[in-house]
Design a protein. Structure first.
Length: 196
């Protein structure tokens, strides 16, 4: 069973649809006991960092997330919440993967960054099995994760290079939406769900 963390974030339905397409059973839950009973944890998200962290705190999920040893995947906002801090709402985040979340500031590039971008793979990982170099994935975001280089598996460029895929121990995350990125996005999700 796969746990999708319910913290009142958007973008849950598309993740559920992708898991259904891949043939996996899942539960959308904020119950720590249920989450702990699952084999894998997904933290999806669209919304604001400040409210997201408040919702995780209200649901008593922060300690669970920070201490879990299960394979964990953060998507979009779910990735940014793994950082130390976000410029959005001046938010102290989970501090799991070192780095800070910054807002795009190049006036030559529209914000939010929305659309398909190719991802340069720079480290090998089981998460990336079978995924070609410079594969296109779908992004929708106004902030980017300036992660420490040793944790960056893949990067893309939108006025500047930034982390598109990060990992540390059992924690993995993508700035793009794999569940909205066609067959290669589904491949990445399948790779994640076979970890453990």
């Amino acid at each position: 069973m796969i746990a999708i963390v319910d913290y009142n974030a958007g973008n849950v339905a598309s993740v559920e649809n992708a898991l259904t397409k891949l043939g996996y059973n899942f539960v959308l839950t904020a119950d720590p006991n249920v989450i702990n009973s699952c084999s894998h944890i997904i933290l999806p998200g669209q919304g604001r960092a400040g409210m997201a962290m408040k919702n995780l705190q209200t649901r008593n999920l922060i300690s669970l997330i920070k201490t879990t040893t299960k394979p964990f995947l953060g998507i979009c906002l779910g990735m940014q919440l793994l950082a130390d801090w976000s410029e959005e709402d001046d938010t102290l985040c989970l501090g799991i993967i070192p780095g800070q979340v910054k807002k795009f500031t190049d006036a030559n590039f529209k914000v939010p960054h929305m659309g398909w971008n190719s991802v340069q793979l720079i480290q090998k990982s089981p998460l990336l099995t079978g995924i070609p170099q410079n594969t296109y994935f779908y992004f929708v975001h106004s902030y980017y994760f300036n992660a420490k280089p040793q944790y960056v598996l893949g990067q893309t460029n939108y006025g500047q290079d930034f982390a598109a895929i990060v990992a540390k121990n059992n924690f993995f995350a993508t700035q793009f939406h794999p569940e909205k990125s066609g067959s290669w996005g589904l491949q990445l999700l399948k790779n994640f769900l076979t970890l453990g």
